[in-house]
Design a protein around this ligand. Structure first.
Ligand code: WTA
Length: 629
């Protein structure tokens, strides 16, 4: 590929990187182009199946696609058991460092043993195949163990990000009808304790389906245990019952593996559903080729397991590849801005995968912090969550990667399960572009009529053919699945992003075209923030928008109309900010709240957020013909 002449600022990968890469680029793209089902089938054949599939893809009921039909497998078996009879048995699966400097590691043998014990604990509490289990913890190994244990017995996990708060957790417990909640007593974040169990207790007051609460002791601070409902994880793991069984549930490829709630166009967060078979093939294949996992590598995805990046690329993808994964509990700058760089040096990390917001946040402390450390173990870098601005890209490339590490800017979504538009290590890079669709993926940029736009013209980013790790449905709302993703352009998956494709066929993501706001790479919906505001007694109406922010990418601005009898004051504004933090979570706290007399609305009563945004940015609000007044 390197002989190709490309326009703009281009970084060509070195010969060493290309030669070492798992992905033989040209061959991979060409073979997938010729026969994309054959491409995925070859990959699926590298994994373990109790019974092979009849069909790679069943598209008879579009868009309700099925993959590897009638195939029987279990993703947790492929993550752990398959490694026990080879050299990986004693290889480290996880290396973990706590924010306060504690260290733990798990070999594949140990991780399998712990997972199996916890699977037995869950079984003994009556958790069966298809039951939902909610997990609410910080970044600790028990989180991965809990996910894998659920998968092992066929239960469906629903991980709720530890940065979410009471209402967000309550909504998710209720919607998934979870039988069990696995929670930590607390989590360390920037030297403070986030009181997860206390938040959970409040959320549980109105969650009728939860029968048992299993509590992982992380902080050891005082919490309330409700007799009959709450049990300590470490006590259960010591019971003989934990050693009773070694079996794995044989799952149909299309059986649900997990639900993950994410924000969408309007209304409440929705549960995206992924399966054992297709999701497994997608995460395994993409990680192997993009982050080029080799046996001796130490790989670090610095995301949170509570989001899709953590599901796919901290837990499932790395374990499927038999990788050694590093996991760090805390904040990048705690206690000092060199915390990450220190750990890269200490553990000899080869691959670092993070988000632009983290890079920008670290960049602001200057080069001196990373320059104090030996980062020469790094071979590949990665970025995800929002477009990376070229300045951050260049800093990451030069200061962290010493100009020798290609940056894998991976575009994908909770819904896609795995990378969709991404370079491979052999791809020439342009800062700010995710380059090209992964082999087997067909992406395009289209106009209002669904026709491909010309190079460098902005349009809707769509995916034109199905892929194994695609979401199968929205839990409890199958109609919304079809409506939201497949109806806008028949036959095409609508991503909700706008993008451009340049003359070299490189994709440039511009941003969301719906009411999703990406704050520090975290996905939030305007509706969640607005309903949290309106739940406060003083608020009659609210509108939230995202405005550009130097570090966070976007920051939330909210406009609020007060109920009669309430007076505008700084104290009330601060109270409203804290209220959103309490309801949704600290990440959702608006940067600024403005109290207004009215909001721009269409004649049918919908708030015109784009008008608010244009006004805040001092821009022309565009077509106002539908504005009420
Ligand atoms: C955005 C995160 C530009 C995009 C994996 C997408 C990106 C949304 C990139 C999904 C990237 C993700 N460049 N934008 N490399 N990666 N996005 O579901 O708007 O939390 O639709 O999944 O993040 O967010 P989600």
């Amino acid at each position: 590929m390197s002989e190709q002449k490309l326009s703009g600022e281009v970084f060509y990968p070195s010969k060493e990187v290309i030669e070492k890469a798992n992905a033989k680029c040209r061959h991979l793209y060409e073979s997938a182009e010729k026969d994309f089902l054959g491409f995925w089938e070859t990959e699926a054949n590298e994994l373990h199946w109790f019974k092979k599939w009849d069909n790679v893809l069943d598209d008879s009921k579009k868009p309700l696609y099925k993959w590897f039909t009638k195939g029987m497998t279990n993703i947790a078996y492929n993550c752990l058991d398959v490694h026990l009879n080879n050299a990986r048995r004693n290889k480290l699966a996880f290396i973990w460092e706590g924010e306060r400097g504690e260290f733990r590691s798990y070999s594949y043998f140990a991780l399998h043993r712990e997972t199996n014990k916890f699977a037995n604990v869950l079984r003994s509490l009556g958790v069966k195949k298809g039951d939902r289990v909610t997990i609410y913890m910080g970044r600790v190994p028990e989180l991965a163990i809990a996910m894998l244990a659920c998968a092992r017995i066929g239960a469906i996990h629903s991980v709720v990000y530890g940065g979410f708060s009471v209402e967000a957790l309550h909504e998710r417990l209720e919607d998934s009808q979870s039988k069990v909640l696995i929670v930590a007593d607390g989590a360390y974040q920037r030297g403070k304790i986030v009181e997860l169990k206390k938040i959970a207790d409040e959320a549980l007051q109105r969650a009728a389906t939860v029968e048992s609460v299993l509590v992982v002791k992380r902080t050891g601070h005082e919490i309330v245990m409700q007799p009959g409902r709450d049990m300590w994880y470490h006590e259960l793991m010591h019971l003989p019952i934990a050693h009773s069984d070694d079996s794995v549930e044989k799952m149909d490829a299309e059986d649900p593996l997990f639900l993950l709630y994410t924000s969408g166009t309007t209304g409440k967060p929705k549960a995206i559903m992924h399966t054992h078979g297709g999701y497994m093939v997608g995460t395994y294949t993409t990680l192997k080729y993009v982050f080029d996992i080799h046996e001796q590598d130490r790989y670090w995805c610095a995301a949170d397991p509570g989001w899709i990046t953590g599901h796919s690329y901290i837990v499932y993808g790395p374990l499927l590849n038999g990788a050694t994964s590093f996991m760090y509990e805390g904040a990048p700058t705690h206690p000092y801005p060199n915390r990450w760089w220190q750990m890269i040096e200490k553990y000899g990390i080869n691959i670092l995968y993070t988000a632009p917001t983290a890079i920008r946040g670290l960049m602001k402390f200057g080069e001196a912090w990373p320059n104090r450390h030996n980062l020469s173990s790094l071979r590949l870098l990665g970025s995800v969550g929002e477009p990376i601005n070229p300045e951050a890209w260049r800093w990451y490339h030069k200061v962290i990667g010493n100009e020798k590490c290609p940056i894998m800017d991976t575009w994908w979504q909770t819904e896609t399960g795995s990378f969709m538009i991404t370079p491979l290590p052999c791809t020439p890079l342009k800062p700010g572009s995710g380059t090209k669709p992964f082999p087997g993926i067909k992406a395009d940029v289209v106009n209002e009529e669904g026709k491909s736009v010309k190079p460098n013209e902005e349009g809707y980013l769509v995916i034109k053919t199905p892929w194994p790790s695609m979401l199968r449905t929205i839990w409890n709302d199958p109609e919304r699945y079809v409506k939201q993703y497949w109806n806008r352009f028949p036959g095409m998956y609508m991503t909700g992003d706008s993008a451009k494709k340049d003359e070299d066929g490189y994709f440039w993501i511009i941003g969301r075209v719906d009411d999703v706001i990406k704050v520090s790479g975290y996905r939030l919906g305007t509706a969640e923030i607005e309903s949290a505001l309106v739940s406060h007694p003083s608020v009659a109406e609210a509108a939230a928008i995202g405005l550009p922010h130097e570090i966070k990418g976007n920051a939330i601005y909210a406009y609020v109309i007060l109920r009669t009898g309430y007076e505008k004051s700084e104290k009330l504004i601060e109270e409203l900010r804290l209220h959103v933090g309490h309801e949704v979570g600290p990440i959702a706290k608006p940067e600024k709240i403005e109290i207004v007399e009215s909001l721009p609305k269409t004649r049918s009563g919908k708030i015109m957020r784009r008008v608010l945004k244009a006004k805040a940015l001092g821009q022309d609000p565009g077509n106002l013909s539908t504005l009420e007044e």
